[in-house]
Design a binder for this molecule. Structure first.
Ligand code: 6PG
Length: 240
């Protein structure tokens, strides 16, 4: 596991974009699960602005690690956020975009997306495997849409489950731990001082840290990198 601490969110965006461009170069096909929320916005903007013409987007397939159960036109939609900040600015075939249908019944969509992952991704030991899973982390230690109050969903045998946001009650479709930890590579993109305490708890294995789903990310491949800005890392890099 690698921790990369960058000056600020823009530096995280630059470092991630460069890493992403390197790992997709010369690939014949590349399946990546995207994170949602607000952190990716600046990262997707920079990826689109600086790499629109240097990355061969035709071999990249975008999926989502989680999606809110809202229509794709809703401001809460991770797909809409990605379309605004990335997809609308790059030349990528529509068939390469595999969105979670947030407008569907949550349980039916979790089943549909589980089946879609099984048919679209290579499988090893019966588990669909992404080339890359990008994750964010909430200030409560959740990742994808596996929240502490529903941490049992992490180890659900299904590839996708229906989760519930602890405050809003919003339903979400999320991939589970067996999909995340089967990925060839996992990258956390975490910025902001509101994440610093959980980053510290997880990276110092503080008492009770296992209650945070983000602490359970441990890909079999070993390729796990945390891209942090100094604000999110403020309680760990002073320690070292
Ligand atoms: C979502 C995300 C979620 C997100 C974290 C961090 O649908 O909200 O996938 O896991 O990555 O909540 O969100 P911010 O980037 O907004 O802090």
């Amino acid at each position: 596991m690698e921790i990369r601490i960058l000056e600020d969110k823009n530096a995280v965006a630059k470092a991630f974009a460069s890493h992403f461009a390197n790992i997709v170069r010369d690939q014949l096909s590349f399946n990546v699960a995207l994170s949602g929320g607000s952190t990716p916005k600046v990262i997707f903007d920079l990826l689109a602005d600086k790499y629109a013409d240097t990355i061969d987007w035709s071999m990249i397939h975008f999926y989502w690690g989680d999606e809110r159960c809202v229509p794709p036109t809703d401001d809460q939609s991770n797909y809409k956020m990605t379309k605004v900040h990335l997809l609308s600015k790059i030349d990528i075939p529509k068939d390469n975009i595999h969105r979670v249908l947030g407008e569907n019944t949550p349980r039916e969509e979790a089943k549909r997306y589980s089946d879609l992952l099984r048919t679209h991704l290579r499988q090893e030991d019966g588990i669909p495997r992404f080339d890359l899973v990008i994750l964010g982390m909430g200030d409560d230690g959740h990742t994808a849409s596996i929240f502490p109050h529903e941490i049992d969903l992490w180890s659900d045998a299904k590839s996708c489950v229906v989760a519930t946001h602890p405050e809003s009650g919003q339903k979400r479709v999320s991939i589970t731990g067996n999909i995340i930890n089967a990925a060839e590579e996992v990258i956390f993109l975490v910025t902001g001082d509101n994440k610093a305490e959980k980053v510290k708890d997880i990276h110092t294995k503080a008492e009770g840290y296992k209650q945070y789903p983000a602490s359970l990310v441990n890909p079999e491949s070993g390729q796990l990198t945390w891209f942090l800005d100094k604000a999110a890392a403020s309680q760990i890099y002073k320690i070292n």
